[in-house]
Design a protein around this ligand. Structure first.
Ligand code: UD1
Length: 385
């Protein structure tokens, strides 16, 4: 029996976390030959995830350069993937989300007439500059894709409105919830020793912020606001896991480096990050993934962006879109910190994003598409708000 040749391609930390459970599921399926290709758009942050989930790459483009430009990364991936496809031609590639790796690999596959499966398809902020360049990366990948794995009914609607055929869309839930079922544990011991010393009876705020559109004044406002919040609220401690990008790292260190009760940590591995989220009081972030993870754990989220491509948890009330205005960040965060009613309203655990079975649905969808089974898998139905 001919196996379906599936190559999963990713390059950054968030893609790796969300692709890991899917790769495990692909490996378990006897009708699929699964290969893994990393572009290594990130190096250290990617390797950390590969090691954690025990995934070995069959192909590694190793494209990362210090202070890389978007065009440089795009170019190196496009050329590199062509060479890999000349050595090994899959029937289908799987890409994830909205990074430059996602878009460039899809384009390279299309040029070779290889089918593209887009995991986490159909999210839209409807603003081409926010998130930048991710909104456009995700849209362009959608144009190239043959199979669209939409996490929610809402993302499916976005695709239908853009003219994608219903038969090519599979509503699966988000694989990040599959990953969290694996990583989050009671009585978890952190690998990062500093976290084992934190008193979680205090109000611990977990922070991440690194987005390109926030570089400069955005990140500076965020850091200054954090400084003010910690200064005014004695029971608050901040744990900021700082991205390795020097543009981000240097500014965070400059503003918050010497601030009492602010812990600046290097990027945490997926288990430490998910368990920190599970134990903290609330989250402040400009990341996309945390907007999905925190609601699943019932943690209020202040989103340091003006628009989001993930409206489900905003609608449900767990996530508040605040942006990067200094005064507004302080006001909204202190509201969650000090007003029990506001906190209680935001903290209920919801799961509009997944039920832990997304990877299974994606594999079943591939079998269906390649005529190995005759029924389209049932769609994931998240909670409605
Ligand atoms: C990328 C993605 C973004 C995603 C983010 C998650 C694009 C355009 N952006 O942004 O969507 O949310 O990853 O982290 O695809 N660096 C290291 N070591 C690492 C990783 C990064 O040193 O392991 C430094 C390098 O100097 C690199 C810089 O970070 O030049 C930027 O990395 P890049 O992938 O270009 O953009 P991110 O801001 O990480």
């Amino acid at each position: 029996m001919e196996k379906i040749k599936v190559m999963s391609i990713f390059g950054t930390r968030p893609e790796a976390i969300k692709m890991a459970p899917l790769i495990k599921e692909l490996e378990r399926c006897e009708e699929i030959e699964s290969k893994v290709c990393v572009t290594a758009q990130h190096r250290e942050m990617l390797d950390q995830v590969l090691e954690h989930f025990n995934i070995t790459a069959d192909f590694d483009l190793n494209v990362m350069k210090e202070k890389q430009s978007l065009s440089g990364v795009t170019n190196r991936i496009l050329i590199g993937m062509e060479e890999i496809f000349n050595q090994y031609t899959p029937d289908l590639i799987l890409v994830h989300g909205d990074t430059t790796t996602t878009f460039s690999s899809s384009l390279a596959a299309f040029y070779k007439q290889i089918q593209v499966g887009h995991v986490e398809a159909g999210l839209r902020s409807f603003d081409k500059h926010f998130p930048y360049p991710e909104e456009i990366n995700r849209k362009l990948t959608g144009v190239l894709a043959d199979m669209h794995f939409a996490p929610t009914a809402n993302s499916k609607e976005n695709l239908l409105r853009e003219g994608v055929k219903e038969e090519d869309i599979f509503v699966t839930g988000n694989t990040v919830i599959d990953a969290m079922n694996f990583t989050v544990q009671d009585n978890y011991k952190f690998k990062c020793e500093e976290l084992n010393l934190i008193d979680f009876n205090k109000k611990i705020i977990m922070v991440t912020a690194h987005r390109r559109e926030n570089w400069g004044s955005g990140i500076r406002n965020i850091c200054n606001a954090i400084k003010e919040i910690v200064g005014r609220n004695e029971n608050v401690e901040v744990i900021y896991s700082v991205h390795l990008n020097p543009v981000v790292k240097d500014m965070v260190k400059e503003v918050l480096g010497e601030t009492e009760r602010v812990h600046l940590l290097p990027p945490l591995d997926a288990s430490d990050a998910h368990n920190l989220m599970n134990k903290c009081f609330m989250v402040m972030t400009d990341s996309g993934g945390l907007q999905e993870e925190a609601p699943h754990l019932g943690k209020p989220v202040i989103v340091l962006r003006d628009v989001t491509e993930r409206p489900e948890a905003v609608k449900a009330g767990t996530v508040k879109l605040v942006g990067t205005n200094y005064d507004k960040i302080i006001k909204e965060t202190e509201d969650v910190l000090n007003n029990q009613q506001v906190y209680n309203k935001m903290k209920s655990a919801i799961n509009p994003y997944g039920d832990g079975k997304a990877s299974k649905r994606i594999v079943e969808s591939i079998l269906y598409k390649f005529n190995k089974c005759c029924e389209k898998p049932e769609e994931f139905k998240g909670e409605e708000f």
